[in-house]
Design a protein around this ligand. Sequence first.
Ligand SMILES: [Zn+2]
Length: 312
Amino acid sequence: MKKILVCFVFATIVCGCGQQNATEAESNINKGSEKNGETLAINTTDVDSAINKNSEKNTESLTTLTAPEIPEGVVKFDKTVPEEKRQEIMEKISKKYLMGQFDPVKDERFTKILSPYGSKSNMYMRKEAFEQFKAMHKAAKKDGITLVIKSATRPFNAQKSIWEAKWTGRRKVDGKLLDPKVKDPEARALKILRWSSMPSTSRHHWGTDIDINSFNPEYFDRSPGKQEYQWLIENAPSFGFCQVYSEMGEERPFGYQEEKWHWSYLPISQQLTRAYGEQIQDKDITGFLGAETAVSIDIVNKYVLGINPSCK
Ligand SMILES: [Zn+2]
């Protein structure tokens, strides 16, 4: 019998990270998973019991997720699994993957972003997306443009650190700490949502989306950001990348502010966007401070699906 080795690693990360500093969050992901992650090597038949075992030990959010299909969490194969089977398994899209409940460091589908493509070590993205980014980086270089990835995959716990630091007033939101007098949870959430995703709803969970060169909108108004952005507008689509958070207006009435730095690798992410809309409901978004606002905000419809229509 073909044996599939599935490793579940649920990293618990404790750090104070702001949205701009997704970067810190990411280096902590790796530290966190090394320090706190628990790895189980099991047969697929043991999946349910392993999930239950881990859920009891870890965050509340994990206990609320059901796990009907493979791959759940991180997928690793032993030598007996043939190539065709690997592809088939890797193409399955689970709720846990969509919601960032896995560790990219240990996942076959992901690769580490090497120098000089990333601004720091310990960043990961989907292998195919990284290959295309490298090709795009090379083409840009020929035109005198340098593209550097500032942030890539951020699993649930990394996003939770960013979100809760803002929610509790430890990190700035739009240049200042959230006013403790703003007691209404929905109002607090909406302020954070201008620029940061709720854990479980970030496209950065998927490994298909990257932030390039700067998180500061003003950076792209003048040289060199202006030329870099112009280059991306003209060339990124031919490498499969799309600016999901385009200018807000009639075409994109809901969601995050425009992000000229955030680009998504469509050959993979289009399927994930579709799967998210089909598989995840607002009530599935749990496990962090303020999660109860997901339903009244209509988070899936307005934010996860509130993207540039040409990237859908
Ligand atoms: Zn981003």
